[in-house]
Design a protein. Structure first.
Length: 214
């Protein structure tokens, strides 16, 4: 049986798995059959007390569903900002299997492009330095929780992506703000973020509820 639970942030503790999730997420609808999608399938991780869980990350970006667009509007308004665009970055799925129960959760990782102020070049560089200083340790701690840090086919690790980007005040070291991303997709996100913050399509309108299938 599959269940879904609403989580206000990546720091959603998966009760059955005992694992800490990453950030800025809202519950996403389950997908129906659609085209192929890039995904990372993590290893099985043993849970203290019995059972195992597996993490799967599906990568966009896609236009936000109506549900995720509403989530971002509320998020921006809650901090006194206005939503300028919404980007559905990825879905994170966690499945747990124990002796007596099977359960799962899926969370939509969203970039809410609120009208945040931008950092000065010096502030941005300092923020980047803070991330550079903890990058390796962060990957190791992430692997301890999820069994592995994702990697490319050539063996290089995925890049760490800040969901609220550093230029717009994203915390460079917060678990709730970092998700592993394949390099080729990650390299496109800065340009897409510029569109999103500039209130440009397609990030100003809602997309489908089910952008991919499994």
């Amino acid at each position: 049986m599959r269940t879904q639970r609403r989580a206000p942030s990546w720091r959603c503790t998966v009760a059955l798995a005992g694992a800490l999730l990453l950030s800025a997420c809202a519950e996403a609808p389950l997908p129906s059959a659609a085209g192929a999608v890039r995904k990372w399938v993590g290893p099985l991780v043993n849970v203290p007390g019995g059972g195992q869980f597996r993490t799967v990350i599906y990568y966009g970006p896609w236009q936000c569903s109506a549900q995720l667009m509403n989530y971002c509007q509320e998020k921006c308004a809650g901090s006194g900002h206005v939503l300028q665009g919404c980007m559905w970055l990825a879905d994170v799925k966690m499945d747990f299997q124990g002796t007596l129960v099977r359960a799962g959760s899926r969370f939509g990782m969203t970039r809410c492009c609120c009208n945040y102020a931008t950092l000065t070049p010096g502030q941005n560089a300092a923020s980047r330095d803070r991330w550079d200083n903890i990058r390796e340790g962060f990957r190791n701690r992430w692997a301890e929780r999820f069994g592995a840090w994702p990697g490319e086919a050539n063996g290089k690790p995925y890049q760490g992506h800040h969901i609220r980007d550093l230029k717009h005040g994203g915390n460079p070291t917060d678990w709730d703000n970092i998700i592993p991303f394949p390099k080729d997709i990650h390299d496109t996100l800065n340009g897409l973020y510029n569109q999103c913050y500039a209130n440009e399509p397609p990030w100003t309108s809602t997309g489908v509820d089910y952008p991919y299938g499994e």
